[in-house]
Design a protein around this ligand. Structure first.
Ligand code: ATP
Ligand code: MG
Ligand code: FE
Length: 339
């Protein structure tokens, strides 16, 4: 069974072709990040218009990459939310148009389910059940995952997401958008122990996070610094990254302990962070547990995870291949446990 998937929830247009039996066949991705850089963040209207420009050439590129045509496609999937309404509508309407034209089933996918299942595209592939640490630009959650469609929220951020904490502190440090990769690059030449930053909720008994205080702490430290002290900025970047990563590692370990599970799956853009990968691997080895990550290029938004989630839903019997949808909708706000 061949599934064609579309992602357009924010500032990446992604299209992918997945075989339910053989996994990812090809994916094509365009990031609008440069276009939004001038504004320091995503401009929704510009994002929607650019998705319109990119989506069909990317579809052709993905099909070519797989050596297939639309005739070979058995089902179409798209990100139906959460995300920017106008942006979501582009992927959703193209997917639905193909489904109508070709008399194919269409499956609305929750963006976070895509992130959550993306580590299953890697080798070795984690077995269910596992704990998922979902760390993206808009979300920071710990979930217990017992199977496709069986997700239990264990804890989440009470304010900013981990990616948001990276982005906002990077902005304070005068780094570009998105801040995560830039901040972690700067951190490589810094010493984390020069600044003692707060590690919110590090020792709280729950599995929740809080990152909003971090940017205030960074701002306060910045005011004490000489504006052109490059080393101090690198040290502050290293301290920020260390604070975020320490809390993520500690809470992920606590979630494994609480559930008695031995597998941790990391998903979302912050999952690309090298320090997080290293610290988790060593910490979990001590707990005789194992960490699994998606392939690096599939950590941030992409079509592969959406096509793959659709294929898994079909395989699990959670989507009916003979069902046809007469209408479609997107859900800018959509809790995963309601999906
Ligand atoms: P959501 O999925 O919650 O809607 P999103 O799709 O914007 O949000 P992703 O694309 O999964 O989020 O991830 C983007 C985030 O990942 C950004 O906040 C970015 O700064 C962060 N990020 C990417 N690479 C790194 C890195 N190497 N280190 C730290 N953060 C990173
Ligand atoms: Mg993005
Ligand atoms: Fe995302």
């Amino acid at each position: 069974m061949i599934v064609l998937g579309f992602e357009s929830s924010c500032d990446e247009t992604g299209v992918a072709v997945v075989s339910a039996e053989r996994g990812l066949l090809a994916h094509a991705l365009y990031s609008q990040v440069e276009m939004h850089q001038a504004y320091g963040g995503v401009v929704p209207e510009l994002a929607s218009r650019d998705h319109v420009r990119r989506v069909l050439p990317l579809t052709q590129q993905a099909l070519n990459g797989a050596g297939l045509t639309l005739d070979d496609v058995d089902a179409v999937t798209y990100t139906a939310g959460p995300g920017l309404a106008g942006a979501l509508l582009v992927g959703a309407s193209v997917a639905q148009a193909i489904a109508w034209a070709r008399d194919l089933p269409s499956i609305a996918i929750h963006h976070l389910e895509g992130h959550l299942l993306s580590p299953l595209l890697a080798t070795p592939r984690p077995e269910f059940p596992f704990v998922a640490l979902l760390v993206s630009g808009g979300h920071t959650q710990l979930m217990r995952v017992d199977g496709v469609g069986r997700y239990e929220l264990l804890g989440e951020t009470l304010d900013d997401a981990a990616g948001e904490a990276f982005d906002k502190t990077a902005k304070l440090l005068g780094l570009g958008y998105p801040g995560g990769p830039a901040l972690s690059r700067l951190a490589e030449s810094g010493r984390a122990d020069r600044f003692d930053l707060p590690r919110p909720k590090l020792h709280s008994p729950d599995l929740d996070f809080s990152f909003s205080g971090l940017k205030t702490a960074v701002l306060t430290r910045m005011k004490t610094l000489d504006a052109d002290d490059a080393q101090a900025r690198a040290d502050l970047a290293a301290a920020t990254q260390d604070a975020i990563v320490s809390v993520l590692v500690a809470k992920a370990a606590k979630a494994l302990e609480a559930t008695g599970l031995k597998r941790l799956v990391v998903a979302g853009g912050v999952g690309a962070n090298r320090l997080l990968r290293e610290r988790l691997a060593t910490h979990l080895a001590r707990l005789r547990a194992q960490a699994y990550f998606p392939p690096l290029e599939l950590c941030t938004d992409n079509g592969a995870m959406i096509a793959f989630a659709g294929a898994l839903r079909l395989q699990a019997g959670l989507a009916n291949p003979s069902e046809r949808h007469m209408g479609f909708t997107v859900q800018p706000r959509w809790p995963l446990d309601a999906a």
